[in-house]
Design a protein around this ligand. Sequence first.
Ligand code: NAP
Length: 252
Amino acid sequence: MTRRLLILGGTAEARGLAERVVGVPGLRVVSSLAGRVTDPRLPVGEVREGGFGGPDGLADWLREHAIDAVVDATHPFAARMTASAVTAASRTGVPLLVLRRPGWRQGPGDDWHWAPTLEAAAGLLPGLLAGRGERVFLTTGRRSLAVFADLDDLWFLARSVDPPGPPMPRRTLVVLSRGPYTVPGELALMREHRVDVLVTKDSGGEMTTAKLAAARELGLPVVVVRRPAPPDGVLQVDTVEAAAAWVGSHAG
Ligand code: NAP
């Protein structure tokens, strides 16, 4: 009998898991992407794109496609999708695993300032930059620019995969690119634009960690936005290997 697995994706870990489990005999795997990025990195195997229509829509989708197990391998900041998965899984009785890569850890020489939200990160900037400069390297994603839009006294280098739309800060230079990044590349970019502070989400993972090493080397402060709280009462692992083992026991 064929068992069916849904991977909620959009991350390197989701692609890594697909790599591990697509082709396992007796297992049919569908990876789901939100459909937000114009040219997404695609996982191997079958892919569907676009929202499900909230928890109700996802629950219907799980039933219609006779899904046996779900791995939520979305980005640590994709809290709505995770909440939707938790609700839909409990409503349908489909086993759910959350795969989240670990957050970044502050090390010697780091000058990190934790913020509970993007709004709080924006609120920290004027005080942090007072007497130090005005130039912010913003790496929190194109949909976060609105939160910083009122900071007229500051200058922003905003990096994103796709172009951001308004509103955004009055003085913003947009640079479009996608990781993985290197420490020499990040150092060159930060030096070229005379960056005074870096703002990042605590995304974790290897692809975008070079900016933190570059900030350390340049002695720059970093504003780090904390992750949303993980869902209560749901099994969570932080490696692709552990997720693949769970798939083996729940849908293999
Ligand atoms: P979100 O705010 O939690 O999700 C908003 C809505 O987008 C969800 O309610 C769902 O719509 C839809 N959606 C999200 N992920 C989906 C998926 N994998 N498959 C199908 N529908 C999905 O999520 P987000 O922060 O906008 O992130 C969107 C996607 O980008 C995710 O797949 C995430 O892994 C990836 N990503 C996010 C970030 C980030 O910083 N947030 C960074 C890198 C990659 P319905 O309610 O209609 O089902």
